[in-house]
Design a protein. Structure first.
Lengths: 243, 243
DNA sequence: CGCGCAATTGATTGATGTCAATTGGAGTGG
DNA sequence: CCACTCCAATTGACATCAATCAATTGCGCG
């Protein structure tokens, strides 16, 4: 324990509720099986029945729903500290896959160990529940983004979200962060063609609201970007509440 | 208790796991505050902090994310037996609203009572968790639908989903069910214009895969419709598993 | 230096939104 | 039972948006 594997997850949860010493100890003593993945590799396969759930430690991963003709929709982007696959504990059979967007590291915790920890602390159990319910809230926001926002606004909205999420786990500076996602992957996030994503990126650059060079995004004016993109951070649940 | 308010919810859960006698008793003894709503009324307001969660008994309701200019995206459609707002228990602040699509009835159960029941049965707590995690899986499927399916396929996909869900709670016949949702509401579900929804409806009718008169939809060939619409029911979790 | 992937561009086709009527059907009052 | 109203469904014409196709450019890395 205290080897830091769970630090980012703890940061994440601590932004939403106070964790007791017992909760922290239980988390840190979870048996964690560290694995590394190369960009493009699958962490969890669609239709599989995982016996353990993965928590991302390093790099980025995506959940994707696959279509029969090979197209896919990315339904979530995950960053260090996200307990990505807690859903599998209740769902039993994966309705989607999780794969590495960059080289990444994740720890796998068996469902047996998670059940045991939850029995010792009902509150910790609720924290796990909370984590999946925030995922659901993000799914809703992504739905609205795809369904109702113009392409440029979709981009701005995602940038606001990712900036805040990276900030929580200490991976953003005052006004910039790294987003190692290709435009092709973004096209699967936004339900657009690659070409159109590219045009949206350029259009967003022209607004002057952001600078985007390589994988580094610098936000010139977060409030203005949020307004421009109809971004309301409520769904990220970044407030401490007893839960 | 045993007044039937929770029957549809129990049907729903029983299709996913075995409920013990204790679980059933706990559910049926939950203090339930019945309320009626007229079409268009709000059951739960965006940004509110509900102290209780609602379970739909009769009629249909929709979750919707609102945009500043009045547009909205419907992120879920709910039918009798759906414990619609369990999410609020963990989220504390609503990131979306729930409103009546038809006249409807719902019971409200206080979070205090739900916490108490969950303390008596960890398994029941997991059933509540499961319910929200299935919602998340549906959100993912809806994401893929909006992002990657053609308008006609989106319609077919929704029809498959609603048919199965209505079947579970005994509200569908062998091959038909009632879907009291206007094309205008469907446009907010699919992220399309009303006009285009109308054209998609007609196009789907022309395939002969369904008949749709008034609010009644008859499915001529479910397998063919599912194939046509890239519908894979995995995400609905319609299998019994110990959870 | 050259390979390979990602980003970018232009031209074109096809899909979807918008606008403006019109039709159809259920319910209401006379 | 008929006229009227309201709302949902439908239609056609047209403008826009976004996908597709086909290169080309730019950049990181061996």
């Amino acid at each position: 324990m205290a080897d830091g594997k769970f630090d980012a997850f703890i940061l994440n949860m601590s932004r939403r509720d106070v964790l007791s010493g017992q909760d922290l100890a239980l988390i840190n003593s979870l048996p964690a099986n560290l694995k590394s993945f190369r960009r493009g590799e699958e962490l969890v396969a669609e239709h599989s029945r995982p016996g353990s759930s993965c928590l991302l430690i390093k790099g980025m991963a995506a959940r994707a729903v696959q279509l029969s003709d090979g197209r896919q929709q990315i339904t979530a982007l995950h960053i260090p500290g996200d307990f990505v696959d807690l859903h599998a504990m209740m769902l039993k059979v994966m309705d989607h896959s999780v794969s590495a967007i960059t080289d990444c590291q994740a720890v796998f915790v068996s469902h047996r160990a998670l059940y045991a920890a939850m029995e010792k602390s009902l509150h910790l159990g609720r924290m796990f529940w909370l984590s999946t319910v925030i995922d659901a809230a993000m799914h809703r926001a992504w739905n609205a983004r795809i369904g109702r926002l113009a392409p440029v606004a979709r981009l701005g909205h995602l940038i606001c979200e990712m900036y805040l999420r990276f900030s929580v786990v200490g991976l953003a500076t005052e006004n910039s962060f790294g987003l190692p996602v290709t435009q092709n992957e973004l096209s699967d996030v936004f339900g657009l063609s690659v070409v159109h994503v590219n045009r949206a990126v350029q259009q967003l650059r022209r607004t002057g609201l952001i600078t985007w060079k390589g994988t580094t995004i610098r936000i010139a004016d977060l409030d203005a970007l949020a307004k421009f993109s109809e971004f309301d951070p409520t769904y990220l649940n970044l407030f401490i509440e007893p839960r």
